[in-house]
Each structure stands twice: as structure tokens, then as C-alpha cells.
Ligand binder design. Structure first.
Ligand code: UDP
Ligand code: MG
Length: 304
């Protein structure tokens, strides 16, 4: 049985060879194939991959014409992988390769179709980032049918059957963790402590993560669309109650006309609410628009 290692790389010239050496040093008990995906790196990543491919016949690579993002890189790698087993992992050694033998053994056992890794802590990560991540998973799990626990990574070994299931999902807006949760199958979770990057620096900015989180939610939940209707109903009820009060005050108490501040507040409040709801609608419309374009998710410039 052949194992394919699908490895997205974006400006990782310092990590590529280290990663390859670390995997080689494991002497895995099966045939292996490396599928590196150079996601439009602007440093020496592609050169490093070319050199590796010359030295080692089991190294293959794809190079994108520009940076298309990790999701696209993972998809391209999964499409190219030929093994009966496929594992996706980061090149910066933050996904400990030492887990690979155990993952292989678990799949060999036949009781599971995937083995995935979960980070038990976020040591060394900025506090704000950890808190936001926690909040994101809580919201996602509440709003959507898929359940993703905090700490779940996309370090995952799958049988061919699972890979084919993942590849069969045609969506453009890909949120891999959600897709894995959606396809199901018998999954075993291995846990590991946070590891610092081997070299280089993270490719995720804070706002990049926020954007990614919103994509994750809109990809797997339509609850925000329903939120607009709920907010509409609630404000109608509030308006009716207030109307009753106004009628009461005017007819029974005979109060003179007043309420200019109330007017302004209500106008502003409902204006805001409507814009917010239209914004949500627009978000989903934009997603639909992008899906209907059927644009390729990446362009390959070089392949080996
Ligand atoms: N990556 C990628 N394209 C991108 C951003 C990241 O292929 O646009 C790769 C990166 O080279 C690494 C993995 O995705 O192998 C995880 O990225 P990173 O280590 O920067 O994320 P973090 O571990 O900090 O969450
Ligand atoms: Mg990393």
C-alpha cells in the first residue's frame, strides 16, 4: 500500500528539506510518495522542490501560478495523490511526523477510515488569537450541522475512499475542516501538544483568520440568513408593543405630541438592522455568484 504525503508550501524554502529529511528518517513501513504543492511562493521554495525531486524519485510537486491559499493547495495535492492512503500535513513540522507510524497502524487495523490529529493546547500563541479561535468554534458549532472541535487540525490520514468522498464535493468555497466533518466516516483522533514552527513564520494574519472564519461559517451554515427574519419578527413585536403604549398615552392620558428622540433612535435602529440584514444576504449572494462562475480554484504553472 502506498502512502501519499500531501504538503502545501507557501514561502517555506527553509522548511522543505527539513520536512523531507524528518519523514525519510522515520523509515515508514510502506512505499511513500511526496506531493508538494508550491502555493505561489516568492522565495526559494520551488527551487528547493526541484532539487529534492532530482535527488528523490518519490518526490513530486505542483507549482501554482500565484498564491491561491492553503485550501486550494490541499485540493490540488489530494487530486494528484495516487496512494491508497493519503495524509495531509504542514511542511513547517508543526504537525508532528512522529505520529505517522501510529496513523498507518490505525488504518491497517481496519476499524477506522481516517486518523486525524488534534492539538491539545495553544501554547506559544497570542492570547487574543486563542480566544477568537475558541469563540469561532463555538459559533460555528451552534450555527451549522457540522461539528468541529477547537484544536482540530487538518493533519489527517485517509483511506482512498475518504479522499474520493472529499474530492467529490464540488464547492468553490472550501473550508476543509468542515468538509472532513461533513463527509463523516470512522475517524480516530490522536492528540498532540502544540509545536513551534521549525523555521520561517506563520502565513496567517489576524484579519486573514477572521476572513477565513467567516468563510467557514457561511460555507456550512445558512443560520445568519434566518437571523435576519428573526430580528425582523422581534422588532415587529417591539413596534406593536410600543404602538399600544403610544395609543394608551395619547387617548387615555391625553399627552401632547412629543417623542422626537424616540423617532430618531427608532429610525437609526431599524436602518441599521435593515442594512445588516441586506449585508448578510449580500454575503451569501456573493458566495453563490462565485460558485456559479465555475472558475478553477488554482492554476498549475509547473508540475513534476
Ligand atoms: N500555506 C499555503 N498557502 C497559504 C498559506 C499557508 O500553502 O496561502 C501552507 C504553509 O506553507 C504551511 C501550512 O499551509 O505548510 C500552514 O500554514 P502556517 O504554518 O503559516 O499556519 P499556522 O500553522 O500558523 O496556522
Ligand atoms: Mg504552521
Amino acid at each position: 500500500m502506498r502512502l501519499s504525503l500531501v504538503v502545501p508550501c507557501y514561502n517555506e524554502a527553509l522548511c522543505v528539506r527539513r520536512f523531507w529529511e524528518a519523514v525519510r528518517a522515520l523509515a515508514l513501513p510502506c512505499e511513500t510518495e511526496f506531493v508538494f504543492v508550491d502555493d505561489g511562493s516568492r522565495d526559494g521554495t520551488l527551487a528547493a522542490l526541484r532539487t529534492l525531486a532530482r535527488e528523490d524519485a518519490t518526490v513530486r510537486y505542483i507549482s501554482f501560478s500565484r498564491n491561491f491559499g492553503k485550501e486550494a493547495a490541499l485540493l490540488a495535492g489530494l487530486r494528484k495523490a495516487t496512494g491508497e492512503r493519503v495524509v495531509t500535513l504542514d511542511v513547517d513540522l508543526q504537525h508532528p511526523v512522529a505520529l505517522l507510524p501510529e496513523m498507518l497502524a490505525t488504518l491497517d487495523g481496519g476499524a477506522y477510515d481516517c486518523v486525524a490529529a488534534r492539538r491539545t493546547d495553544r501554547a506559544g500563541e497570542p492570547w487574543l488569537r486563542s480566544q477568537c479561535a475558541k469563540a469561532f468554534y463555538e459559533i460555528l458549532n451552534r450555527l451549522s450541522e457540522v461539528q468541529v472541535r477547537g484544536g482540530e487540525t487538518d493533519y489527517r490520514m485517509m483511506t482512498r475512499q475518504v479522499v474520493d468522498a472529499v474530492l467529490a464535493l464540488p464547492e468553490v468555497n472550501r473550508f476543509t475542516k468542515g468538509i472532513y466533518a461533513w463527509v463523516g466516516f470512522r475517524t480516530k483522533w490522536l492528540e498532540f501538544g502544540n509545536v513551534e514552527r521549525a523555521a520561517g513564520e506563520t502565513k496567517w494574519s489576524f484579519w486573514g483568520l477572521v476572513r477565513y472564519s467567516l468563510q467557514g461559517i457561511t460555507a456550512f451554515s445558512v443560520a445568519p440568513l434566518q437571523l435576519a427574519s428573526v430580528a425582523g419578527i422581534l422588532s415587529c413585536v417591539a413596534a406593536l408593543l410600543y404602538l399600544t403604549y403610544v395609543i394608551f398615552v395619547t387617548l387615555i392620558m391625553g399627552n401632547p405630541v412629543s417623542g422626537y428622540p424616540t423617532q430618531v433612535c427608532l429610525t437609526l435602529f431599524f436602518g441599521g438592522l435593515q442594512l445588516f440584514s441586506i449585508g448578510i444576504l449580500g454575503n451569501y449572494l456573493a458566495k453563490t455568484y462565485l460558485e456559479t462562475k465555475h472558475r478553477p480554484l488554482y492554476l498549475i504553472q509547473e508540475e513534476h
